[in-house]
Design a protein around this ligand. Structure first.
Ligand code: HEM
Length: 526
C-alpha cells in the first residue's frame, strides 16, 4: 500500500510515522488505548530525560523483557506442522480406541520433529537422534506418541536419563560442544554404559544425517498395550514410515550444509508445505502376545532392543499427513507440550522401566517450561473433544466456569461432570506379584547381540560410513582411555569393526575385548 502523504509519514526525527486508515486499524496498548505516537517516548523536553510517567513505553518494554521462556531441557530445537491421521485398517479386534478402529476417520494432529542435544538456536544437521512427536486430537482425548527416529534408546532405566543427558549436552565448564557425539563426556558415559552399544551403532549410521524431515522414520520405541472390549491385552510397537523413503546426506555434505544453512531442515519443510506439498508417513504396528514375547531371545520391555520384523511383521494400518505450517512458531511449535502419559481408552503402558520414568518427567518439566498448571489451556495443547473437570484457579486461568460447585460428589449441581465407568480409561488388570527392589531382570543383560545384528545388516558402504563416523567422533576425544574403552566394546560387537576403528584412531596396542555381562548371541541380520 502507498503511504497517504509525506506529512503522515515523517515524524520530527525524520522517521516513518505510518498512520491508521481504512485498512490498518489503530495501534493500541493492551488496555485498548489508541497510541498516537509509536516512535517517540515521553520526554521532559526535546533534549531532556525520558519520564517514568510514560506508561506506553513501560508496557511495551516490560512485555518485550519477558518474551523468552525456558527452552526444552532436551529436544530444544524442533520444527512442527499441522495435519491429520487417517486410519486405513481397523484394530477393533485388539483395542477399543476409536482412533484405531474407525476406518476413514481423519484425526487432526500436530507433530514436532526435533534434534536432542543442541539449544533452540542450534543447527538442524548435527549427528543426533531426531525426536518424532505426534499429538493426535482424538474424539476421546489427546493421544501423544512421543517417539524418536531410532527404534531403540541409550539406556534401559529412567534413573539414568539425567546422567545421559548431562554427558550428551555441552560440557558445564566450557559450554560446548552443541553437537551431541564429538566429545569426551559423551563417550566417557557411553563407554561405561554397555547397554547403549546397540543405540550407538544406529547413531553412528547415516540415519542421524537425514536429508529432510520428510525422510525420517519414527518409532514409539517402547512396547505399549492395546486393550479390547473383553479386556484382553495385546502388546504393540508403533512405527512411522516416510512416503518419500528414508534418505540421508553423507557426512561431508552434512558439514557443508550446517555452515551454509543452519536452518536447512526447517526451511525445507516450510518451503515444501508453503508450496502445497505434504509430508507423509505410513503408520504401522507390530502386535504380539505375552506368550510370543516370552519366546523372544530378549526382553521386549528393554528399550535397547528392537523386535525384528522376522519375528513380528509390520502391519500398515494408517497414514499421517502434515500439510500446514503453524501460523505462529512460538504459540504452537514452542508451546506444544507432548507427554507419553497422554493416552486414550483402549491403549495402556507396558512395564518398560524407561517408559515408566518418562510418564512422570514431561508434565513435570512443562510446569516450569510453560510456567503454570494451566498450560493445557493453551490452544495447541487443548483437547478438541469436550472436556470437563473440577480443577480450578492457578496462574493464568482462562476458563470461567459458572456456579458454586467445583467438587465431586455433590448434590448442588444438576450438570457437573462425573466419572464414567462405561467409557472411561481403565488400566489393564495385572498381577504384579514379586519382590520389591532396585533390580533389573537378568534378561536385560545382553548388550551386544542386537548391536552386532545391526552391524551385519548394513551394506558395505553403510559399514564404511559407520566405521568412519566412529573414527571421526572418537578422534575428538582427548582422553586415550575413553577411546580404548570404546574399542574394547566394538571388539565384542565385531572383531573386524573394533580393529578397523583402532587402526583409524592410530591405537598402538589393541585393547582387550570387553567382558559381556551375558553371553552374546548370534542373531540373524534384521
Ligand atoms: C522431550 C524426558 C526418553 C522422545 C523431552 C523432554 C523431557 C524428556 C523432560 C522435554 C519436554 C518438554 O519440555 O516439553 C525424557 C526422559 C526420558 C526420555 C526422562 C527417559 C527416561 C525419551 C525417549 C524418547 C523421547 C526414549 C523416544 C522414544 C522425546 C521427544 C521429545 C522429548 C520426541 C520432544 C517433544 C517435543 O517435540 O516437544 N524428553 N525423555 N524421550 N523426548 Fe524425552
Amino acid at each position: 500500500k502507498k503511504p497517504q502523504t509525506q506529512d503522515d509519514l515523517l515524524g520530527n526525527g525524520g522517521e516513518l510515522h505510518q498512520q491508521a486508515n481504512a485498512e490498518h486499524p489503530p495501534l493500541t496498548t493492551q488496555q485498548g488505548l489508541v497510541i498516537a505516537d509509536n516512535q517517540n517516548s515521553l520526554r521532559a523536553h526535546p533534549q531532556g530525560p525520558t519520564l517514568l510517567e510514560d506508561f506506553i513505553l513501560r508496557e511495551k518494554i516490560t512485555h518485550f523483557d519477558h518474551e523468552r521462556i525456558p527452552e526444552r531441557v532436551v529436544h530444544a530445537r524442533g520444527s512442527g506442522a499441522h495435519g491429520f491421521f487417517e486410519l486405513t485398517h481397523s484394530l477393533a479386534a485388539y483395542t477399543t480406541a476409536k482412533v484405531l478402529t474407525e476406518v476413514g476417520e481423519k484425526t487432526p494432529v500436530f507433530s514436532r520433529i526435533s534434534t536432542v542435544a543442541g539449544g533452540s538456536g542450534s543447527t538442524d544437521t548435527p549427528r543426533d537422534v531426531r525426536g518424532f512427536a505426534v499429538k493426535l486430537y482424538t474424539k476421546e482425548g489427546n493421544w501423544d506418541l512421543v517417539g524418536n527416529n531410532i527404534p531403540v534408546f541409550f539406556i534401559q532405566d529412567a534413573i539414568k536419563f539425567p546422567d545421559l543427558v548431562h554427558a550428551v549436552k555441552m560440557e558445564p565448564d566450557r559450554a560446548f560442544p552443541q553437537a551431541a557425539t564429538a566429545h569426551d563426556t559423551f563417550w566417557d558415559f557411553i563407554s561405561l554404559t554397555p547397554e547403549s552399544m546397540h543405540m550407538v551403532m544406529w547413531i553412528m549410521s547415516d540415519r542421524t544425517l537425514p536429508r529432510s524431515l520428510r525422510m525420517i522414520e519414527g518409532f514409539g520405541v517402547h512396547s505399549f498395550r492395546l486393550l479390547n472390549a473383553a479386556g484382553d491385552s495385546t502388546f504393540v510397537k508403533f512405527h512411522w514410515r516416510p512416503k518419500l523413503g528414508m534418505q540421508s546426506t553423507v557426512w561431508d555434505e552434512t558439514v557443508k550444509i550446517a555452515g551454509a544453512d543452519p536452518d536447512y531442515h526447517r526451511r525445507e519443510l516450510f518451503d515444501a508445505l508453503s508450496a502445497g506439498e505434504v509430508a507423509e508417513w505410513e503408520f504401522a504396528v507390530q502386535l504380539f502376545t505375552q506368550a510370543e514375547a516370552d519366546a523372544f531371545p530378549f526382553n521386549h520391555l528393554d528399550a535397547t532392543k528392537i523386535i525384528p520384523e522376522e519375528l513380528v511383521p509390520l502391519q500398515v494400518i494408517g497414514r499421517l499427513v502434515l500439510d500446514r505450517w503453524p501460523n505462529n512458531f512460538f504459540a504452537e511449535t514452542e508451546q506444544v507440550a507432548f507427554c507419553p502419559s497422554h493416552l486414550v481408552p483402549g491403549i495402556d503402558f507396558s512395564n518398560d522401566p524407561l517408559l515408566q520414568g518418562r510418564l512422570f518427567s514431561y508434565r513435570d518439566t512443562q510446569l516450569s517450561r510453560l510456567g503454570s498448571v494451566n498450560f493445557e489451556q493453551i490452544p495447541i495443547n487443548a483437547a478438541k473433544c469436550p472436556f470437563a473437570n473440577h480443577q480450578r484457579d492457578g496462574h493464568m486461568q482462562m476458563a470461567q466456569p459458572a456456579g458454586r460447585v467445583a467438587y465431586e460428589p455433590n448434590t448442588l449441581s444438576p450438570d457437573s461432570p462425573r466419572s464414567d465407568r462405561t467409557n472411561g480409561f481403565v488400566s489393564v488388570a495385572l498381577d504384579e506379584g514379586g519382590e520389591r527392589g532396585r533390580v533389573r531382570d537378568a534378561s536385560f543383560a545382553d548388550h551386544y547381540s542386537q548391536a552386532r545384528q545391526f552391524w551385519i545388516s548394513q551394506t558395505e558402504t553403510e559399514q564404511a560410513h559407520l566405521a568412519s563416523a566412529l573414527v571421526f567422533e572418537l578422534s575428538k576425544v582427548e582422553h586415550p582411555h575413553i577411546r580404548e574403552a570404546m574399542v574394547s566394546h566394538l571388539l565384542v560387537i565385531d572383531a573386524a569393526l573394533g580393529q578397523r576403528v583402532a587402526d583409524g584412531l592410530g591405537l598402538e596396542k589393541l585393547p582387550a575385548a570387553a567382558t559381556p555381562a551375558q553371553p552374546v548371541k548370534n542373531l540373524p541380520p534384521s
